[in-house]
Design a protein around this ligand. Structure first.
Ligand SMILES: C[S@@+](CC[C@H](N)C(=O)[O-])C[C@H]1O[C@@H](n2cnc3c(N)ncnc32)[C@H](O)[C@@H]1O
Length: 272
């Protein structure tokens, strides 16, 4: 049910920021509340380049989808898809091939409500409301079964979403379930927040989000992020910063230092 603003679900607590809405605000979207904006302003005080980091992630996602399409992939499962803003996976993919199929997965009520509206007349894409740490629910969901053919390669995306899962929750086993379900030729794209760069004020950022939002953000090391790919083979240039992954523009004069903060990579399933 919608509240006064149309897109605000009636049961939403407006005082409690969510990672989906904070991210929407950081990208310049319109589906966020005063509490989300206030939290992101706190983030900016600690990490003035936070918006650039967020944008470098969004651009990585676009390049990862196009890279997967170059591999021949025509179907996508997007774990933690967020509030639709400009350049969603089905929009990127449909520009190349309108027959591409996309299943979005999210748990945030605003992301769900807005995705449903956006996809109302879209036969080849759907949103699944589920916790992606429960792969059985995602993989067995009627929309996943309707849209995705698991005998053919699929592009699995976990872009800036796994770091919302608390470190005490196992994300490796769920990821393994997803990887196992995919056919050879499939690919996995991951970007993940990290404490590996000393110019990112990781601990302060984690504390700000933990104190204010109903989700968390957790940092993982490069090795911990590498483990998410299992035995999939990393495509060049390997696991690098989101900005450095196959950039389609020349690097900034500082070598992309302003956009450090996330590890990003794409790996391909080469064996059963
Ligand atoms: C920062 S947004 C990233 C959006 C998009 N993937 C991108 O990179 O542009 C992370 C999204 O993951 C979702 N999310 C976090 N934990 C989740 C979970 N356990 N199950 C499903 N969605 C989750 C959040 O609701 C949020 O919309």
């Amino acid at each position: 049910m919608a509240g006064d603003s149309g897109w605000i679900p009636a049961n939403l607590d407006p005082a409690r920021p969510s990672s989906a809405r904070i991210y929407d605000y950081a990208l310049g979207g319109g589906h966020n509340l005063a509490s989300d904006r206030a939290l992101f302003e706190q983030v900016l005080k600690v990490q003035p380049n936070a918006r650039q980091i967020v944008w470098s992630n969004r651009s990585f996602m676009r390049r990862a989808v196009l890279f997967m399409m170059d591999l021949g992939i025509r179907q996508f499962l997007d774990l933690g898809s967020g509030i639709p803003t400009v350049g969603n996976v089905h929009e990127i993919a449909h520009k190349v091939d309108p027959a591409c199929r996309v299943v979005y997965v999210d748990i945030d009520e605003v992301a769900i409500a807005h995705s449903k509206l956006m996809l109302e007349h879209e036969d080849n894409a759907a949103i699944v409301e589920a916790d992606f740490t429960r792969p059985g629910e995602v993989l067995g969901h009627p929309e996943t079964v309707r849209l995705l053919d698991f005998t053919r390669p699929i592009g699995l995306l976990a872009v800036a979403s796994l770091h919302s899962v608390p470190t005490e929750t196992d994300i490796y086993r769920p990821l393994e379930r997803y990887r196992d379900a995919l056919a050879v030729g499939s690919a996995l794209a991951v970007s993940h927040f990290t404490a590996d760069f000393e110019d990112v004020h990781t601990q302060e950022l984690i504390e700000i989000v933990r104190a204010g939002a109903h989700n968390q953000v957790c940092a993982r090391t490069r090795d911990e992020v590498l483990d998410l790919f299992g035995d999939f083979e990393l495509a060049d240039p390997g696991l690098v910063t989101a900005a450095a992954w196959r950039p389609d523009t020349a690097p900034a004069p500082d070598g992309g230092a302003a956009e450090r903060g996330l590890w990003a990579g794409v790996a391909v399933k080469v064996r059963r």
